[in-house]
Design a protein around this ligand. Structure first.
Ligand SMILES: *Cc1c(COP(=O)(O)O)cnc(C)c1O
Length: 396
């Protein structure tokens, strides 16, 4: 099997598993308990907090554990909105291609009386600091721009955007879920007030994440209960997952430079191979994208059919389209970069992991090329393009 869907989730690393096992076996104490067994669990949590803080240039007291990236995004936005509302600021700025954890929270906040501006991301999938500066108003409470997009992998100039926000006195949140372990993160030099991470995107376990909140930015609890996480998130901590996440992030950051170099070369080989397929196009900026991310649209193809055929060929990939989640709408990300509906449905995302090599990439190229040819051969839509009854969107 070829696993080329590392943006969806990653394999748990041996390092992470080893860090988790003690807390799933002998060290099962509740971290809130006062006896030694409980206190060792508590120490495990605090060691993990310190490791994660070090990886992103934060202080341990600025690290808050959540159930994952979605919860971190929800809590970041709700906290910033609450801070803003107290000062009479009810305007929020974000982008059209954020993760749904951000977009749907913003929709809820709109229903609660906030005003939301979603910035355009251009055809290259990149927002500029100038756009952010132009959108900021005296009543703006928050700017939320993701570090790297989860579908097309494009990297945003977050340090410069953060600088604009700092200068104008506006809180800046970044969803760094896709960036962590692939791109450098330093919350101080990048002017970040709030940042979201999710362990399962960097070879940690699922169901655990981090919200970084700069000192002085008070969080609003989403889950009320005990005094865990200094009262900002009730519920007994998932000690094993926290320990696994810290070990995974530490390893990912240590190997980042080397992995990024290797993956960038393989990514470019994959892009060059897929560019040989006629009437297809890469989505998102060619250089300013995550090391392992490749995303293409092919005319005359239905994304879901392509995924099923690739699955038969032993390749795990993803389509930008949300059909699998019960909706026939094409990806909001592809629409945001201006792809017309009919080609947005024919998208393919391949995200390589550290196990990738040239042989794997060449096999993916062969399988995708064959699949596109096969599907086009059966498609009435493609026949219309061939006979000139419809016009092509892309060049040959
Ligand atoms: C995966 C992902 C999330 C959600 O993280 P979960 O831990 O699965 O809740 C949020 N934002 C981005 C950019 C993601 O890729």
């Amino acid at each position: 099997m070829i696993y080329a869907d590392n943006a969806a989730t990653t394999r748990l690393s041996k390092t992470a598993l080893d860090a988790m096992l003690p807390y799933l076996t002998e060290e099962y104490g509740n971290p809130s308990s006062l006896y030694a067994l409980g206190q060792r669990a508590k120490e495990g949590i605090e060691a993990a907090r310190a490791t994660i803080a070090r990886c992103i240039g934060a202080a341990p007291g600025e690290i808050w554990f959540t159930s994952g990236g979605s919860e971190a995004d929800n809590q970041a936005l709700r906290s910033a909105a609450a801070i803003g509302a107290r000062q009479g600021k009810r305007h929020l700025i974000s982008t059209a291609f954020e993760h749904h954890a951000v977009l749907h929270t913003l929709e809820q906040l709109e229903g609660e009386g906030f005003e939301v501006t979603l910035l355009d991301v251009h055809e290259n999938g990149i927002v500029t600091p100038e756009q952010v500066a132009a959108a900021i108003r005296p009543d703006t409470a928050l700017v939320s721009v993701m570090y790297a997009n989860n579908e097309i992998g494009t990297i945003q100039p977050i340090a410069a955007i953060g600088a604009v926000c700092r200068e104008r006195g506006v809180l800046f949140h970044t969803d760094a879920v896709q960036a962590a372990g692939h791109l450098p993160i330093n919350v101080v030099t990048q002017n970040i007030d709030l940042l979201s991470l999710s362990a399962h995107k960097f070879h940690g376990p699922k169901g655990i994440g981090v919200l970084y909140a700069r000192r002085g930015v008070p969080l609003r609890p989403l889950i009320c209960g005990g005094a865990q996480e200094r009262g900002k998130r009730g519920g007994t901590e998932n000690v094993a997952a926290i320990a696994g996440m810290a070990a995974a992030l530490d390893a990912a950051c240590a190997g980042m430079e080397q992995n990024a170099k290797k993956l960038t070369a393989l990514r470019d080989r994959l892009i060059e191979g897929l560019e040989r397929i006629p009437y297809g196009q890469l989505n998102g900026d060619r250089q300013r994208r995550l090391p392992g991310n490749v995303n293409f649209c092919f005319e005359g193809i239905e994304g879901e059919s392509m995924l099923l055929l690739l699955d038969d060929a032993g390749i795990c990939a993803s389509s930008g389209s949300a059909c699998t989640s019960g909706s026939l709408d094409p990806s909001h990300v592809l629409l945001a970069i201006g792809r017309p509906h009919e080609v947005a449905h024919g998208s393919l995302r391949l995200t390589l992991g550290e196990d990738a090599d040239e042989e794997m990439v060449d096999e993916i190229i062969r399988a995708v090329t064959g699949t596109v040819t096969q599907l086009r051969g059966m498609s009435p839509f493609w026949r219309d393009l061939e006979t000139g009854r419809r016009t092509h969107v892309f060049a040959k």
